[in-house]
Design a protein around this ligand. Structure first.
Ligand code: HEM
Length: 268
């Protein structure tokens, strides 16, 4: 329907597509002229696509430019907002629990001091990993994901016909006291001290990145990116919630704080 909102959405979609089309087109041209580097995702995608077409012939066309544009959109939208809300919730929760902020700072300063965090060190952050897992449990950026049955199938004793949408309520699973125990609603990173599989009664109950063949392709990247960001913030600032902060988790595609995250930072 040509409502005001729909028209605006269409316009934004067109703008994004035209930016991406220009970007992809320029890169394809550069590759043809032998100029392009392959050290980013778009380069890798186009390079693998060209090889596929070269090996299998034009009839076995790999991805179209439209497909490439869709992949760019997916990576941007799946990767940006999710990771930024994880970082936001982590700062909120560490403001609410200064004892965990101190523990994280002790670990980060022990590994890096005030130096820029490096990859090896980021992989050795145990307390910070426990904190991020607990934030992802309490505030999963994607609160649900869905599957569609492509044929008749039996799941949990129920037979579903083809074409049924099944919704997996990550949020409810992450907040189920039968799985996580009576402290399910509390922030307790200690539950992840012995890894994800020992954190609950059901080793498959931690699902912030989904599960199975379509599990999030960017999960390691997201965790490293968040560890890098939170380490750099914690190295240089102490933080606490501002009096105006109101705790209202709210979902618009991803779960974020409805009224923003007002946080007071103090340089250290
Ligand atoms: C905290 C950050 C993130 C969270 C919580 C998250 C969560 C998820 C979830 C729940 C899915 C759906 C899995 C399913 O349907 O089974 C997914 C898929 C996906 N994610 Fe992430 N994601 C995050 C970061 C990223 C980043 C940084 C990237 C890219 C660099 C990314 C790229 C993707 C892609 C491409 C898919 C689709 C995979 C497929 O269908 O095969 N995500 N993510």
């Amino acid at each position: 329907m040509p409502t005001k909102n729909n028209k605006r959405m269409n316009q934004i979609n067109k703008e994004i597509e035209s930016i991406l089309r220009g970007l992809v087109g320029r890169r394809v041209q550069e590759m043809k002229e032998g100029e392009s580097t392959k050290d980013d995702l778009l380069g890798l995608l186009l390079d693998s696509n060209t090889r596929h077409v070269d090996e299998h012939g034009e009839s076995q066309l790999g991805m179209t430019i439209e497909d490439v544009i869709e992949e760019c959109k997916l990576f941007y939208f799946a990767g940006m907002e999710t990771t930024s809300v994880l970082l936001t919730w982590t700062m909120i929760v560490l403001s609410m629990h200064p004892e965990w902020q101190d523990r994280a700072r002790e670990e980060i300063m022990g590994l890096f001091g005030k130096d820029k965090p490096e990859y090896e060190g980021l992989n050795r952050l145990k307390t910070v990993t426990m904190i991020l897992y607990e934030v992802l449990r309490l505030y999963p950026p994607a609160i649900t994901f869905s599957r569609k049955t492509y044929k008749e199938m039996k799941i949990g004793g129920v037979t579903y016909p083809a074409g049924v949408m099944i919704e997996l309520p990550v949020m409810f699973i992450h907040h189920d006291p039968d799985i996580w125990g009576s402290d399910v609603h509390e922030f307790n990173p200690e539950r992840f001290a012995n890894g994800v599989s020992k954190a609950s009664k059901n080793p498959g109950a931690f699902l912030p990145f989904g599960w199975g063949p379509r599990i999030c392709i960017g999960q390691n990247f997201a965790l490293i990116e968040t560890k890098m960001a939170i380490s750099m913030i914690i190295q240089h600032f102490e933080f606490e919630l501002a009096p105006s902060y109101t705790h209202v988790p709210h979902t618009v595609i991803t779960m974020h704080p409805m009224h923003g995250a007002q946080i007071k930072l103090r340089v250290i």
